[in-house]
Design a protein. Structure first.
Length: 232
């Protein structure tokens, strides 16, 4: 399967279990992916430095010389390369920490290969805007400049608070997908201790809509009854 303009997707798989690593290599190769494998933090960093055109990284957490968080931090210092954690550490603390470190998704072992493939494709769709040289995402009549962190309408800047902008980035990263309130609360959670409650989340969504949407224009943030919200 060719995913991007007739070219195979290049994946960096960081996994120290040789059986799981080989299983991933074979299964992903059958899906038309080009696989680069590493079994330690240092080897992963070396692969990132020596291989160009990597499209997505799959990280285990527990590695012999550190953790997948170390690899994630190194990637985020340099790029917005999409990252999926694939690990046996499936408790809430690890999930939230991975997302706070900059991961785009988190899958617990054991996993189904079909689910992993679906998640890879979904993450690549959501993060496609990162390859836009302009760094600009258009939302109706608004433009979000991801490089400067500013939002404009008709050339005039729209002021967003730090939390409103963080919520907007979460929606942009998951554009087209439904995010439950629980997912949003996990994603927006501030490691510094500034917790966002369910009621506060409602207020932030309402304020963000009020700043991005004008009467008579199509909705930008859609409420999906009983499920959550979706950025259109």
């Amino acid at each position: 399967m060719m995913w991007k303009g007739g070219s195979a997707v290049k994946l960096l798989v960081v996994e120290d279990d040789p059986i799981i690593q080989e299983g991933l290599r074979v299964a992903l190769a059958q899906e038309g992916c080009e696989i680069i494998a590493a079994d330690s933090v240092q080897k992963a960093v070396n692969c990132l430095a020596s291989h160009s055109g990597i499209d997505l990284c799959i990280l285990d957490i527990m590695l012999p010389d550190g953790t997948g968080y170390d690899v994630c931090a190194e990637i985020r210092r340099q790029s917005e390369l999409p990252i999926i954690f694939l690990t046996a550490c499936d408790d809430e603390v690890h999930t939230v920490l991975a997302l706070e470190q900059g991961a785009d998704d988190y899958i617990a072992k054991p996993f189904r290969m079909r689910e992993l493939m679906a998640r890879i494709k979904a993450v690549m769709r959501r993060t496609a805007h990162r390859n836009d040289e302009t760094g600009v995402v258009r939302l109706g009549s608004n433009e979000v400049n991801l490089r400067t962190g500013k939002v404009y309408r008709g050339g005039s800047e729209i002021f967003l608070t730090a939390m409103e902008y963080k919520l907007l980035l979460i929606f942009v990263s998951h554009r087209g997908n439904i995010l439950s309130r629980s997912q949003l609360l996990h994603l927006i959670w501030d490691a510094a201790g500034d917790y966002v409650t369910d009621n506060t989340l409602t207020v932030y969504v309402k304020r963000l809509r009020g700043k991005l949407e004008q009467e008579g224009e199509p909705a930008i943030i859609q409420t999906v009854r009983g499920m959550g919200y979706r950025l259109l």
